[in-house]
Design a protein around this ligand. Structure first.
Ligand code: URA
Length: 253
């Protein structure tokens, strides 16, 4: 394919803009500067413009330590969003948050452009557990843990059984570890509200097989390791009654 056509098919440049960029010497093919727009390139050629690989459709997986005060949204005209915290090249590759955390919730947020995996991870039938540390008003008791385990009737649905482990408990304030496999709007806060507690701080430190690394500073992201990607993919495979697995298509990741 012609180099100018390849660049314009990346979706960001018209054919004439691509031609100008190439003639200006800003484009390298397999490490060599190329100035002729009609240069033929092969299917495995690496095309780099201003230091960035063009036409790279590779799957990207990132883990962000979300700070409080940041929206889980692609764009917002007034507030800072999680997409403002990831490198520019990931935005161009259509990386998006998997699920959402409230503006005041901190912790682990997965970002990827692997739409199929994201879809499976968000499916309530796949049972991907998320673990939160919640600071709440009032005294948490065994009765609260039982209510979480039995499923709580909220205004629009009954929650699936969840685990509540009490970390500390005083009449004024308590801390609990909550594990849920659903991800409905304000779910954890609503579950505590249903048992008479207000959440004053919420932090997610586990998402399926992923744990927020202790050394990842607030507001920073890092790529997942190969092992973490494989563990995530494994976590959404489900076993059918005949013992075979159903889930993600073959050959990705
Ligand atoms: N549940 C909530 O209530 N808020 C979050 O941000 C995540 C889970």
């Amino acid at each position: 394919m012609r180099l100018d056509k390849y660049l314009s098919q990346s979706g960001e440049y018209s054919r004439s803009e691509a031609g100008k960029l190439i003639r200006s010497g800003a484009v390298r093919v397999n490490g060599e500067p190329v100035r002729k727009p009609d240069t033929q390139i092969g299917p495995d050629a690496q095309v780099v413009l201003a230091g960035e690989v063009i036409g790279d459709n590779s799957l990207q997986y990132y883990l962000l330590h979300k700070p409080a005060g940041v929206l889980t949204a692609a764009r917002d005209s007034r507030a800072q969003t999680v997409m403002d915290l990831v490198p520019e090249n990931l935005r161009k590759r259509k990386v998006q948050p998997v699920g959402r955390l409230d503006k005041d919730t901190t912790g682990l947020l997965l970002l990827t452009n692997d739409g199929e995996l994201a879809h499976f991870l968000l499916s309530p039938n796949r049972h991907v557990w998320k673990q939160y540390r919640a600071t709440v008003t009032g005294q948490l008791t065994c009765a609260d843990a039982e209510a979480f385990a039995n499923g709580l009737p909220l205004s629009d649905f009954v929650t699936k059984p969840a685990k509540l482990t009490i970390v500390s408990s005083t009449p004024e304030e308590s801390v609990g570890l909550v594990e849920v496999r659903e991800g409905k709007f304000h779910q954890v806060k609503r579950m505590f509200a249903a048992t008479g507690h207000e959440v004053t701080a919420l932090h997610r430190h586990r998402f399926g097989p992923l744990t927020l690394p202790d050394d990842l500073p607030v507001g920073q992201c890092r790529p997942l390791t190969e092992d973490e990607i494989q563990a995530l993919r494994q976590s959404v495979q489900t076993r059918k009654t005949d013992g075979t697995e159903t889930g993600l298509s073959e050959g990705k990741g």
